[in-house]
Design a protein around this ligand. Sequence first.
Ligand SMILES: C[S@@+](CC[C@H](N)C(=O)[O-])C[C@H]1O[C@@H](n2cnc3c(N)ncnc32)[C@H](O)[C@@H]1O
Length: 421
Amino acid sequence: MDNRLVPETDRAARMEWLVSSAGLQVRDRAREVWQEAGGDPLRASTALRTSAPQGSGEDLTSEQAAEILLQAELSALATARHGIADDHLLFTRDGLEAATRPVVADHRAALLRTSGATRVLDLTGGLGLDSAAFLRAGLRVTAVERDEATATLLAHNCPTATVIHGDATDPDLLAELLRDLGPADVVFADPARRDPNAARDSRTARARPERDPERWSPPWSFVASIPHPRVAAKVSPSFPAPAPWCAEWVSVDRTVVECAVYSWPVIEPHHRAIVVSSQGLTAVPGSDVTLPESPALGRWLFEIDPAVVRAQATVAALSGSDAGRVGPESTWLTGDTAVDHPAVRSFRVREVLEGNAKQIRRRLAHLGVERASVKCRDVSADPHQIRSSFGLAEGSDPVIIATRRAGHPLMVLVDSPQPLT
Ligand SMILES: C[S@@+](CC[C@H](N)C(=O)[O-])C[C@H]1O[C@@H](n2cnc3c(N)ncnc32)[C@H](O)[C@@H]1O
Protein backbone atom coordinates (compact mmCIF):
# COMPACT_ATOMS: atom_id res chain seq x y z
CA MET A 1 0.00 0.00 0.00
CA ASP A 2 1.41 3.40 -0.95
CA ASN A 3 1.06 5.62 2.09
CA ARG A 4 1.35 8.80 0.02
CA LEU A 5 -2.09 8.06 -1.45
CA VAL A 6 -3.81 7.51 1.89
CA PRO A 7 -5.11 10.49 3.91
CA GLU A 8 -3.24 10.85 7.22
CA THR A 9 -6.40 10.36 9.29
CA ASP A 10 -7.12 7.03 7.52
CA ARG A 11 -3.53 5.86 8.07
CA ALA A 12 -3.66 6.77 11.75
CA ALA A 13 -7.02 5.00 12.14
CA ARG A 14 -5.66 1.89 10.41
CA MET A 15 -2.71 1.80 12.81
CA GLU A 16 -5.03 2.23 15.80
CA TRP A 17 -7.00 -0.79 14.60
CA LEU A 18 -3.78 -2.72 13.99
CA VAL A 19 -2.61 -2.36 17.61
CA SER A 20 -6.08 -3.12 19.02
CA SER A 21 -6.78 -6.62 20.35
CA ALA A 22 -8.97 -7.29 17.25
CA GLY A 23 -6.13 -6.32 14.91
CA LEU A 24 -3.51 -8.32 16.77
CA GLN A 25 -5.71 -11.41 16.77
CA VAL A 26 -6.07 -11.30 12.98
CA ARG A 27 -2.37 -10.66 12.58
CA ASP A 28 -1.46 -14.08 13.94
CA ARG A 29 -3.79 -15.76 11.45
CA ALA A 30 -2.46 -13.54 8.64
CA ARG A 31 1.08 -14.87 9.07
CA GLU A 32 -0.09 -18.43 8.35
CA VAL A 33 -2.32 -17.35 5.46
CA TRP A 34 0.55 -15.35 3.93
CA GLN A 35 2.84 -18.36 3.99
CA GLU A 36 0.18 -20.74 2.64
CA ALA A 37 -0.50 -18.33 -0.23
CA GLY A 38 3.23 -18.23 -1.04
CA GLY A 39 3.26 -14.45 -0.65
CA ASP A 40 0.55 -13.87 -3.31
CA PRO A 41 -1.35 -10.81 -1.95
CA LEU A 42 -4.64 -11.53 -3.78
CA ARG A 43 -4.85 -15.20 -2.74
CA ALA A 44 -3.79 -14.31 0.78
CA SER A 45 -6.37 -11.52 1.03
CA THR A 46 -9.22 -13.77 -0.14
CA ALA A 47 -8.13 -16.58 2.17
CA LEU A 48 -7.86 -14.22 5.12
CA ARG A 49 -11.29 -12.70 4.62
CA THR A 50 -13.02 -16.04 4.13
CA SER A 51 -11.20 -17.88 6.89
CA ALA A 52 -12.48 -15.83 9.84
CA PRO A 53 -13.63 -18.29 12.50
CA GLN A 54 -17.43 -18.68 12.50
CA GLY A 55 -19.08 -16.28 14.89
CA SER A 56 -15.82 -14.45 15.66
CA GLY A 57 -17.49 -11.29 14.45
CA GLU A 58 -14.37 -10.51 12.47
CA ASP A 59 -15.42 -8.65 9.35
CA LEU A 60 -12.34 -7.27 7.68
CA THR A 61 -12.52 -4.38 5.26
CA SER A 62 -10.24 -4.72 2.25
CA GLU A 63 -7.98 -2.00 3.75
CA GLN A 64 -7.68 -3.92 7.01
CA ALA A 65 -6.95 -7.18 5.18
CA ALA A 66 -4.27 -5.40 3.08
CA GLU A 67 -2.72 -3.83 6.18
CA ILE A 68 -2.58 -7.05 8.14
CA LEU A 69 -1.10 -8.96 5.21
CA LEU A 70 1.46 -6.20 4.78
CA GLN A 71 2.47 -6.86 8.38
CA ALA A 72 3.02 -10.54 7.55
CA GLU A 73 5.16 -9.57 4.56
CA LEU A 74 7.17 -6.95 6.48
CA SER A 75 7.71 -9.28 9.41
CA ALA A 76 9.27 -11.87 7.06
CA LEU A 77 11.37 -9.12 5.45
CA ALA A 78 12.49 -7.81 8.86
CA THR A 79 13.82 -11.24 9.79
CA ALA A 80 15.47 -11.97 6.44
CA ARG A 81 17.04 -8.59 5.81
CA HIS A 82 17.58 -6.97 9.22
CA GLY A 83 17.85 -9.93 11.59
CA ILE A 84 14.76 -8.72 13.47
CA ALA A 85 13.07 -11.78 14.93
CA ASP A 86 10.41 -10.45 17.28
CA ASP A 87 6.81 -11.43 16.59
CA HIS A 88 5.51 -8.59 18.77
CA LEU A 89 6.77 -5.83 16.48
CA LEU A 90 4.64 -3.99 13.92
CA PHE A 91 6.12 -2.21 10.92
CA THR A 92 5.59 0.22 8.10
CA ARG A 93 7.59 -0.30 4.92
CA ASP A 94 9.43 3.04 5.19
CA GLY A 95 9.89 2.61 8.94
CA LEU A 96 11.50 -0.80 8.45
CA GLU A 97 13.88 0.56 5.80
CA ALA A 98 14.99 3.29 8.23
CA ALA A 99 15.17 1.06 11.31
CA THR A 100 18.44 0.21 13.02
CA ARG A 101 19.38 -3.49 13.06
CA PRO A 102 19.10 -4.92 16.58
CA VAL A 103 22.77 -6.00 16.66
CA VAL A 104 23.87 -2.42 15.96
CA ALA A 105 21.25 -0.83 18.24
CA ASP A 106 22.26 -3.15 21.10
CA HIS A 107 25.90 -2.15 20.68
CA ARG A 108 24.99 1.56 20.86
CA ALA A 109 22.75 1.00 23.88
CA ALA A 110 25.51 -0.87 25.72
CA LEU A 111 27.95 1.95 24.96
CA LEU A 112 25.58 4.56 26.41
CA ARG A 113 24.84 2.40 29.44
CA THR A 114 28.56 1.89 30.13
CA SER A 115 29.15 5.62 29.78
CA GLY A 116 26.91 6.19 32.80
CA ALA A 117 23.53 7.02 31.23
CA THR A 118 20.35 5.87 32.93
CA ARG A 119 17.91 7.66 30.59
CA VAL A 120 17.76 8.28 26.86
CA LEU A 121 15.62 10.84 25.10
CA ASP A 122 15.09 9.42 21.60
CA LEU A 123 13.99 12.41 19.51
CA THR A 124 13.18 10.41 16.37
CA GLY A 125 11.58 7.22 17.66
CA GLY A 126 10.40 5.78 14.32
CA LEU A 127 9.28 2.18 14.83
CA GLY A 128 11.39 2.06 17.98
CA LEU A 129 14.21 -0.32 17.06
CA ASP A 130 16.76 1.94 18.79
CA SER A 131 14.42 2.67 21.70
CA ALA A 132 13.79 -1.06 22.17
CA ALA A 133 17.55 -1.65 22.42
CA PHE A 134 17.90 1.15 25.00
CA LEU A 135 15.14 -0.51 27.02
CA ARG A 136 16.82 -3.95 26.73
CA ALA A 137 20.02 -2.36 28.08
CA GLY A 138 18.09 -1.24 31.18
CA LEU A 139 17.80 2.44 30.22
CA ARG A 140 14.63 4.47 30.73
CA VAL A 141 13.37 5.88 27.44
CA THR A 142 11.26 8.80 26.32
CA ALA A 143 10.68 8.65 22.56
CA VAL A 144 9.27 11.42 20.36
CA GLU A 145 7.77 10.73 16.93
CA ARG A 146 6.25 13.33 14.63
CA ASP A 147 4.21 11.01 12.43
CA GLU A 148 1.01 9.98 14.19
CA ALA A 149 0.65 6.52 12.59
CA THR A 150 4.30 5.69 13.30
CA ALA A 151 3.94 6.94 16.90
CA THR A 152 1.08 4.45 17.40
CA LEU A 153 3.29 1.56 16.28
CA LEU A 154 6.21 2.91 18.34
CA ALA A 155 4.07 2.82 21.49
CA HIS A 156 3.05 -0.76 20.67
CA ASN A 157 6.65 -1.84 19.90
CA CYS A 158 8.09 -0.20 23.05
CA PRO A 159 5.36 -0.56 25.66
CA THR A 160 7.62 0.47 28.56
CA ALA A 161 8.87 3.68 26.90
CA THR A 162 7.13 7.02 27.32
CA VAL A 163 6.03 7.85 23.77
CA ILE A 164 5.19 11.39 22.71
CA HIS A 165 3.52 12.18 19.41
CA GLY A 166 5.11 15.54 18.63
CA ASP A 167 7.78 17.52 16.83
CA ALA A 168 11.16 17.27 18.56
CA THR A 169 12.22 20.62 17.12
CA ASP A 170 9.45 22.37 19.06
CA PRO A 171 11.56 24.46 21.51
CA ASP A 172 9.02 24.22 24.37
CA LEU A 173 8.68 20.43 24.06
CA LEU A 174 12.45 19.98 23.85
CA ALA A 175 13.11 22.23 26.86
CA GLU A 176 10.54 20.31 28.91
CA LEU A 177 12.02 16.90 27.96
CA LEU A 178 15.61 18.00 28.59
CA ARG A 179 14.67 18.99 32.16
CA ASP A 180 14.21 15.26 33.00
CA LEU A 181 17.78 14.34 32.01
CA GLY A 182 20.86 14.17 34.20
CA PRO A 183 24.25 15.22 32.80
CA ALA A 184 25.28 11.62 31.96
CA ASP A 185 21.97 10.89 30.23
CA VAL A 186 21.83 11.02 26.47
CA VAL A 187 19.76 12.70 23.78
CA PHE A 188 19.67 10.48 20.71
CA ALA A 189 18.59 11.40 17.18
CA ASP A 190 18.37 9.29 14.05
CA PRO A 191 17.20 11.91 11.53
CA ALA A 192 15.04 10.76 8.63
CA ARG A 193 17.31 10.98 5.58
CA ARG A 194 14.61 10.07 3.07
CA ASP A 195 11.58 12.28 2.54
CA PRO A 196 8.55 9.94 2.26
CA ASN A 197 6.95 12.40 -0.17
CA ALA A 198 9.97 12.64 -2.47
CA ALA A 199 10.25 10.89 -5.83
CA ARG A 200 10.94 7.16 -5.47
CA ASP A 201 13.52 5.01 -7.18
CA SER A 202 11.62 3.02 -9.83
CA ARG A 203 13.56 -0.20 -9.03
CA THR A 204 13.54 -0.21 -5.22
CA ALA A 205 10.42 1.97 -4.62
CA ARG A 206 12.47 3.78 -1.93
CA ALA A 207 12.64 7.56 -1.64
CA ARG A 208 16.10 8.77 -2.60
CA PRO A 209 18.44 9.56 0.32
CA GLU A 210 18.92 13.23 1.09
CA ARG A 211 22.62 14.13 0.91
CA ASP A 212 22.33 17.64 2.35
CA PRO A 213 22.31 17.27 6.19
CA GLU A 214 20.23 20.44 6.39
CA ARG A 215 17.44 18.61 4.57
CA TRP A 216 17.39 15.70 7.00
CA SER A 217 14.52 15.70 9.48
CA PRO A 218 15.43 17.03 11.94
CA PRO A 219 18.34 18.84 10.23
CA TRP A 220 21.93 18.39 11.44
CA SER A 221 22.15 22.03 12.64
CA PHE A 222 19.28 21.28 15.06
CA VAL A 223 21.00 18.12 16.36
CA ALA A 224 24.31 19.95 16.80
CA SER A 225 22.64 22.77 18.74
CA ILE A 226 20.77 20.63 21.32
CA PRO A 227 21.65 22.21 24.69
CA HIS A 228 22.72 19.03 26.48
CA PRO A 229 26.25 17.74 27.23
CA ARG A 230 25.69 14.29 25.69
CA VAL A 231 24.09 13.99 22.26
CA ALA A 232 24.39 10.90 20.07
CA ALA A 233 23.19 10.66 16.47
CA LYS A 234 23.02 8.17 13.66
CA VAL A 235 24.16 9.84 10.45
CA SER A 236 24.98 8.90 6.90
CA PRO A 237 28.29 6.99 6.52
CA SER A 238 29.59 9.74 4.22
CA PHE A 239 28.84 12.53 6.71
CA PRO A 240 32.06 14.30 7.76
CA ALA A 241 31.79 14.18 11.55
CA PRO A 242 32.61 17.67 12.82
CA ALA A 243 35.28 17.96 15.57
CA PRO A 244 35.10 17.40 18.49
CA TRP A 245 32.40 14.75 17.87
CA CYS A 246 33.55 11.11 18.01
CA ALA A 247 32.56 8.89 15.11
CA GLU A 248 32.03 5.18 14.78
CA TRP A 249 31.40 3.48 11.42
CA VAL A 250 29.60 0.16 11.62
CA SER A 251 29.59 -2.59 9.02
CA VAL A 252 27.50 -5.75 8.94
CA ASP A 253 28.73 -8.54 6.68
CA ARG A 254 31.16 -6.12 4.99
CA THR A 255 28.56 -3.44 4.18
CA VAL A 256 28.72 -0.12 6.02
CA VAL A 257 25.28 0.31 7.59
CA GLU A 258 25.74 3.52 9.55
CA CYS A 259 27.96 6.07 11.18
CA ALA A 260 27.17 7.07 14.76
CA VAL A 261 28.48 10.33 16.16
CA TYR A 262 28.82 11.31 19.82
CA SER A 263 29.25 14.84 21.16
CA TRP A 264 31.43 13.74 24.10
CA PRO A 265 34.54 11.52 24.25
CA VAL A 266 32.74 8.23 24.73
CA ILE A 267 35.26 6.33 22.59
CA GLU A 268 39.02 6.57 22.61
CA PRO A 269 40.51 7.43 20.13
CA HIS A 270 37.74 9.60 18.74
CA HIS A 271 37.11 7.51 15.60
CA ARG A 272 36.86 3.77 15.10
CA ALA A 273 35.14 1.01 13.18
CA ILE A 274 32.86 -1.70 14.52
CA VAL A 275 32.87 -4.78 12.33
CA VAL A 276 29.90 -7.11 12.78
CA SER A 277 30.59 -10.56 11.36
CA SER A 278 29.92 -14.22 12.11
CA GLN A 279 32.61 -13.80 14.78
CA GLY A 280 30.58 -11.15 16.63
CA LEU A 281 31.53 -7.48 17.05
CA THR A 282 35.13 -6.38 16.58
CA ALA A 283 36.27 -2.83 17.33
CA VAL A 284 39.09 -1.46 15.18
CA PRO A 285 40.39 1.78 16.72
CA GLY A 286 41.29 4.68 14.46
CA SER A 287 44.95 5.44 14.22
CA ASP A 288 47.32 7.94 12.68
CA VAL A 289 49.43 5.11 11.27
CA THR A 290 49.44 5.07 7.49
CA LEU A 291 50.96 1.89 6.16
CA PRO A 292 53.77 2.51 3.65
CA GLU A 293 53.34 1.69 0.01
CA SER A 294 54.66 -1.77 -0.68
CA PRO A 295 57.65 -1.85 -3.07
CA ALA A 296 56.42 -5.14 -4.58
CA LEU A 297 53.24 -7.14 -4.73
CA GLY A 298 53.38 -9.81 -2.00
CA ARG A 299 51.95 -13.34 -1.95
CA TRP A 300 48.67 -12.03 -0.52
CA LEU A 301 46.22 -9.20 -1.21
CA PHE A 302 44.20 -7.98 1.77
CA GLU A 303 40.72 -6.55 1.46
CA ILE A 304 39.97 -4.28 4.39
CA ASP A 305 36.43 -4.02 5.75
CA PRO A 306 34.78 -0.83 4.36
CA ALA A 307 33.95 0.47 7.86
CA VAL A 308 37.66 0.30 8.71
CA VAL A 309 38.48 2.18 5.51
CA ARG A 310 35.88 4.87 6.33
CA ALA A 311 37.16 5.22 9.91
CA GLN A 312 40.73 5.51 8.66
CA ALA A 313 41.55 2.79 11.15
CA THR A 314 44.38 0.30 10.90
CA VAL A 315 44.12 -3.34 11.87
CA ALA A 316 46.92 -3.88 14.41
CA ALA A 317 47.71 -7.31 12.96
CA LEU A 318 48.56 -5.58 9.68
CA SER A 319 50.51 -2.61 11.02
CA GLY A 320 52.75 -5.07 12.89
CA SER A 321 53.45 -7.13 9.76
CA ASP A 322 55.24 -6.70 6.44
CA ALA A 323 52.00 -5.49 4.82
CA GLY A 324 51.88 -2.29 2.80
CA ARG A 325 49.51 -0.44 0.51
CA VAL A 326 49.21 -1.60 -3.09
CA GLY A 327 49.19 2.04 -4.17
CA PRO A 328 48.00 5.51 -3.18
CA GLU A 329 44.71 5.09 -5.09
CA SER A 330 44.07 1.55 -3.85
CA THR A 331 42.24 0.33 -0.75
CA TRP A 332 44.02 -3.06 -1.10
CA LEU A 333 47.02 -4.00 1.01
CA THR A 334 49.62 -6.60 0.15
CA GLY A 335 52.12 -8.72 2.07
CA ASP A 336 53.70 -12.17 2.32
CA THR A 337 51.85 -13.46 5.40
CA ALA A 338 48.11 -14.18 5.50
CA VAL A 339 46.17 -12.32 8.21
CA ASP A 340 43.39 -13.86 10.30
CA HIS A 341 41.14 -10.98 11.44
CA PRO A 342 37.37 -10.35 11.04
CA ALA A 343 38.08 -7.03 9.27
CA VAL A 344 40.50 -8.52 6.74
CA ARG A 345 39.99 -10.97 3.89
CA SER A 346 43.22 -12.53 2.63
CA PHE A 347 43.38 -13.48 -1.06
CA ARG A 348 46.34 -15.64 -2.19
CA VAL A 349 47.89 -14.12 -5.33
CA ARG A 350 48.12 -16.46 -8.34
CA GLU A 351 49.53 -13.99 -10.81
CA VAL A 352 49.29 -10.48 -12.20
CA LEU A 353 47.29 -10.45 -15.44
CA GLU A 354 49.30 -8.47 -17.99
CA GLY A 355 48.36 -7.03 -21.36
CA ASN A 356 45.15 -6.08 -23.07
CA ALA A 357 41.78 -7.84 -22.78
CA LYS A 358 42.60 -10.24 -25.64
CA GLN A 359 45.92 -11.27 -24.08
CA ILE A 360 44.35 -11.72 -20.64
CA ARG A 361 41.55 -13.78 -22.18
CA ARG A 362 44.14 -16.07 -23.81
CA ARG A 363 46.11 -16.38 -20.58
CA LEU A 364 43.01 -17.28 -18.54
CA ALA A 365 42.01 -19.90 -21.12
CA HIS A 366 45.54 -21.32 -20.92
CA LEU A 367 45.18 -21.53 -17.12
CA GLY A 368 41.86 -23.34 -17.54
CA VAL A 369 39.88 -20.53 -15.85
CA GLU A 370 36.32 -20.57 -17.20
CA ARG A 371 34.45 -18.74 -14.45
CA ALA A 372 35.45 -16.09 -11.92
CA SER A 373 34.20 -13.10 -9.98
CA VAL A 374 35.59 -9.61 -10.49
CA LYS A 375 36.07 -7.01 -7.74
CA CYS A 376 36.57 -3.38 -8.75
CA ARG A 377 36.36 -1.46 -5.49
CA ASP A 378 38.88 1.22 -6.44
CA VAL A 379 38.08 1.73 -10.11
CA SER A 380 34.90 2.90 -11.75
CA ALA A 381 34.38 -0.11 -14.00
CA ASP A 382 31.60 -2.62 -14.43
CA PRO A 383 32.70 -6.04 -13.07
CA HIS A 384 30.25 -7.87 -15.38
CA GLN A 385 31.69 -6.12 -18.40
CA ILE A 386 35.25 -6.97 -17.38
CA ARG A 387 34.29 -10.60 -16.81
CA SER A 388 32.59 -10.96 -20.16
CA SER A 389 35.47 -9.19 -21.96
CA PHE A 390 37.65 -12.04 -20.65
CA GLY A 391 35.10 -14.63 -21.86
CA LEU A 392 34.36 -15.85 -18.33
CA ALA A 393 31.12 -17.08 -16.78
CA GLU A 394 30.16 -15.94 -13.28
CA GLY A 395 31.77 -17.89 -10.44
CA SER A 396 33.09 -17.38 -6.94
CA ASP A 397 36.61 -18.78 -7.36
CA PRO A 398 39.07 -17.57 -8.56
CA VAL A 399 38.68 -13.83 -8.20
CA ILE A 400 40.05 -11.08 -10.43
CA ILE A 401 40.89 -7.90 -8.55
CA ALA A 402 40.92 -4.68 -10.55
CA THR A 403 42.73 -1.83 -8.81
CA ARG A 404 45.47 0.75 -9.47
CA ARG A 405 49.18 0.79 -8.72
CA ALA A 406 51.72 3.48 -9.60
CA GLY A 407 49.11 5.36 -11.62
CA HIS A 408 48.25 2.34 -13.81
CA PRO A 409 45.40 -0.18 -13.81
CA LEU A 410 46.34 -3.49 -12.18
CA MET A 411 44.55 -6.84 -12.60
CA VAL A 412 45.44 -9.66 -10.24
CA LEU A 413 44.21 -13.24 -10.34
CA VAL A 414 43.73 -14.50 -6.77
CA ASP A 415 42.18 -17.43 -4.95
CA SER A 416 38.90 -16.84 -3.17
CA PRO A 417 39.64 -16.39 0.54
CA GLN A 418 39.45 -19.53 2.68
CA PRO A 419 39.24 -19.48 6.48
CA LEU A 420 42.78 -19.76 7.80
CA THR A 421 43.54 -22.86 9.85
C1 LIG B 1 15.28 7.18 10.65
S1 LIG B 1 13.77 7.11 11.45
C2 LIG B 1 14.16 6.54 13.06
C3 LIG B 1 14.34 5.05 13.13
C4 LIG B 1 14.57 4.54 14.53
N1 LIG B 1 15.83 4.97 15.07
C5 LIG B 1 14.51 3.01 14.53
O1 LIG B 1 15.55 2.37 14.60
O2 LIG B 1 13.40 2.47 14.44
C6 LIG B 1 13.43 8.79 11.73
C7 LIG B 1 12.07 9.06 12.34
O3 LIG B 1 12.08 10.39 12.82
C8 LIG B 1 10.80 10.96 12.61
N2 LIG B 1 10.98 12.43 12.61
C9 LIG B 1 11.47 13.20 11.62
N3 LIG B 1 11.51 14.49 12.01
C10 LIG B 1 11.05 14.53 13.28
C11 LIG B 1 10.84 15.56 14.22
N4 LIG B 1 11.12 16.83 13.92
N5 LIG B 1 10.33 15.23 15.45
C12 LIG B 1 10.04 13.94 15.75
N6 LIG B 1 10.19 12.92 14.88
C13 LIG B 1 10.70 13.20 13.67
C14 LIG B 1 10.35 10.38 11.29
O4 LIG B 1 8.93 10.43 11.20
C15 LIG B 1 10.91 8.94 11.38
O5 LIG B 1 9.95 8.08 11.89
